[in-house]
Design a protein around this ligand. Sequence first.
Ligand code: HEM
Length: 234
Amino acid sequence: MRGGLAAFLALLLFLGAGQTAAEDPPILVRRAPTEGARDPGASLWKSISPTRIPLKGQDVAPPYGGGAVAAVDVRAIHDGKVAIFLLEWADPTKDAAGAEIGSFGDAGAVMFPLVADDPPGPHMGHRYLGDRNAVVNIWRYRADTDAAEDLNAAGIGTLLTQDRQDVSARGQHDGRGWRIAFWRRLRTDDEWDAQFGPGLRTWLNVVVWDGSRGERAGQKSVSDRWHRVIFEAR
Ligand code: HEM
């Protein structure tokens, strides 16, 4: 095989690497009653085993940076109607002030592909606007507004806030770190929402921002690959 072609294929392989990793444990969305689980501190969450997702500073696209948070634990349940994802990470400072110039609030987000069996790149999708496969649905919790946002992106610089906000969230800081519970109906009639259901297999990526370390926008702690999500069927 000619040198140039071999090198090109090697590059393709390298770019493809990191999309998913077979050794990553899947995030199991357990079938369980959801009453009380919108409270991120609810004791029922102790009975749901977490999947730990390692994070690192964003080093793929400028503005590079972040990395203050080393990992986030993800727990998830559904009752056949509603799904709740709990994110938990260590951050001893609660930064809820985002409004003042130069200060940034803590935040956390999860990202799902719109098309589960052909996910786009784990870096906020990719830029072929109009190609449904390119689009991701992002749920972001911001400490400064103590609320969730339902967003879409098809690559860096293309983030849009949805007209219809279907996701809700509640955050809790216990002096050691954050717990954020995101919840939404499994199915919505918004074509820009990722759709879920019992037995469904999809993907998730996650980021967190530590405001006290000046993290915002592209400067954040992120996982560089998709993580398998499996909704329990029974
Ligand atoms: C390694 C992968 C990633 C890279 C290289 C990246 C890069 C960037 C960059 C450059 C920006 C600023 C420009 C813009 O607004 O688009 C940004 C903003 C943003 N990213 Fe990412 N990102 C990555 C992964 C993610 C993931 C997995 C999520 C969600 C779970 C996410 C959510 C966001 C959000 C919500 C913003 C807007 C922040 C704001 O307005 O303050 N990103 N990202």
